[in-house]
Design a protein around this ligand. Structure first.
Ligand SMILES: Nc1ncnc2c1ncn2[C@@H]1O[C@H](COP(=O)(O)OP(=O)(O)O)[C@@H](O)[C@H]1O
Ligand SMILES: [Mg+2]
Length: 211
């Protein structure tokens, strides 16, 4: 059976620095929910910026507009019994809280990793290095703000946990909140980030050509 008329919609709102693990964990969670025959949509920051928010830049105003659009769509999905997974940096607390108020069934997951950790180990294109050297401007976490959530439903420390460990803490939290019956991992096959949603180079607004 694939139709779950009783499925309650909710939004899992990932927030965190570029490279902190949002897309990786959202994609793994997506597969877990699909393995439960649940209806789920993934709104990755980059895909949104190529479509729904095409043309928007990275000023505070444009970033807020982008996040409000994601919140708007997540709300449409949620109220129709779909699970929406969003993974945009969403650096500003106020607009995240606005989305929380709109959507109601809202699980904020803060993927935590320091700039130092990401710059040292997760910066294949050297964007953090360039931003730290002042060669590129307006980079979240360097010379553009990132406001960490004050009371998210969950903080995942992606510096000390493996992706599978983080995924398990998310599943456990969703079960504790009553959104999942069972938090055991079910998805088969490759569960680690496929790379398909790893388009964070464009999400920051600092795309290297061809990147
Ligand atoms: N516990 C963890 N959770 C998520 N990602 C992790 C974790 N530990 C290490 N990583 C690595 O961190 C990187 C996160 O990249 P990505 O998910 O694209 O970040 P974002 O979408 O936040 O920009 C990946 O290379 C991933 O393998
Ligand atoms: Mg991403």
């Amino acid at each position: 059976m694939t139709h779950h008329p009783e499925q309650k919609g909710f939004t899992v709102w990932f927030t965190g620095l570029s490279g902190s693990g949002k897309s990786t964990l959202a994609e793994m969670l997506y597969h877990e929910l699909q393995a439960r025959n649940m209806r789920v949509e993934l709104l990755d920051g980059d895909i949104v910026r190529q479509n729904l928010s095409k043309g928007l830049g990275f000023s505070k105003e444009d970033r807020d507009t982008n996040i409000r659009r994601i919140g708007f769509v997540a709300n449409l999905l949620t109220r129709n019994g779909v699970i929406a997974l969003t993974c945009a940096i969403s650096p500003y607390r106020e607009v995240r809280d606005e989305c929380r108020a709109l959507i109601g069934e809202f699980v904020e997951v803060y993927t935590y990793a320091t700039v130092e950790e990401i710059a040292a180990h997760r910066d294949p294109k050297g964007l953090y290095r360039k931003a730290m050297a002042g060669e590129i401007k307006g980079f979240t976490g360097i010379d553009d703000p990132y406001e960490a959530p004050e009371s998210p439903e969950l903080v995942v420390d992606t510096m000390t946990q493996t992706p599978l460990e983080s995924l398990q803490t998310i599943l456990d939290r969703l079960r504790d909140l009553g959104y999942l019956e069972d938090s055991r991992m079910l998805a088969e096959g490759p569960k680690v980030h496929s790379g398909m949603t790893d388009l964070r180079l464009t999400e920051t607004g600092h795309v290297a050509e061809g990147g």
